[in-house]
Design a protein around this ligand. Structure first.
Ligand SMILES: *C/C=C(C)/C=C/C=C(C)/C=C/C1=C(C)CCCC1(C)C
Length: 244
């Protein structure tokens, strides 16, 4: 497999390849934006903007390689995908911690969020990569469902648990930001399990969507752009509106 020359094989019909390519550009541009704007916001928000830039920056580098992998091999870049997520999703948890810290967020909360997100991703990886192939449909469902439990725990933490309670006492601008961020976790993050189901044998509720790599990667790519750039923009507007 010859990497680094994938753009030479860019098939105009390859709409998934198109989302890998534009995903890469969008992540790169967002990174430049967050890191430059970091210089303009009040000191208390600088680490949050740095983390936003790290999230999109780490994703940009992964998209650079995933795009090549997809175009050359025509397969899911599943290992790269999960390395990206295992770095960036815990950093999204760090964002929740940083903005609720002034209201008293403890390290324990950060570890709960990180542990749940790593569990969610490791279980998803087992279902998607270790048990690849039609003969493992059952395992794919079981590990997907277990991963879903960790996802529900994160949802509970940010909607009802510690994060929600801290946000309520953190002042109006942090409360608004947490409201937006947890909507991303509810709606934007839900796109991933849908993509996983599309890629799983048996499809969604018995409907078979072809369990192909295209649907799965299309859903993951769109979700990544919405969630990673969207999270950063929520943090950015919090920092700008609170810049006194
Ligand atoms: C930037 C990347 C993000 C925000 C990735 C989020 C990924 C998920 C919320 C994945 C969730 C999954 C399930 C809830 C069940 C099936 C397996 C996964 C890993 C796709």
């Amino acid at each position: 497999m010859m990497l680094l020359n994938a753009a030479a094989h860019f098939d105009p019909q390859d709409y998934v390849g198109f989302t890998f390519f534009t995903g890469y550009m969008a992540m790169m541009a967002a990174t430049v934006f967050f890191l430059f704007e970091r210089g303009r916001v009040a000191d208390q928000w600088k680490s949050s903007l740095l983390v936003s830039g790290l999230i999109t920056g780490i994703a940009a580098v992964h998209y650079y390689y995933m795009r090549d992998y997809w175009m050359e091999a025509g397969e899911s870049p599943v290992v790269l995908r999960y390395i990206d997520w295992t770095l960036t999703v815990p950093l999204m948890c760090v964002e929740f911690y940083l903005i609720t810290k002034k209201a008293g967020a403890k390290m324990g909360l950060l570890w709960k969020l990180i542990a749940a997100s790593v569990a969610m991703l490791v279980l998803g990886y087992v279902g998607e990569a270790v048990y690849a192939g039609e003969q493992y449909a059952t395992q794919q469902w079981v590990y997907g469902a277990l991963s879903g439990l960790a996802y529900f725990y994160i949802l509970w933490l940010v909607w009802k648990g510690d994060v929600a309670q801290l946000a309520a006492s953190a002042g109006p601008s942090v409360a608004t930001a947490v409201r937006h961020l947890r909507n991303f976790v509810l709606v934007g993050w839900a796109i991933y399990p849908i993509g996983y189901i599309m890629g799983t044998y048996g499809g969604l509720f018995g409907m078979d969507f072809g369990h192909d790599a295209s649907a799965l990667n299309l859903f993951y790519n769109i979700a990544d752009a919405i969630n990673k750039i969207g999270f950063g923009l929520v943090i950015y507007s919090l920092a700008i509106s609170d810049n006194k």
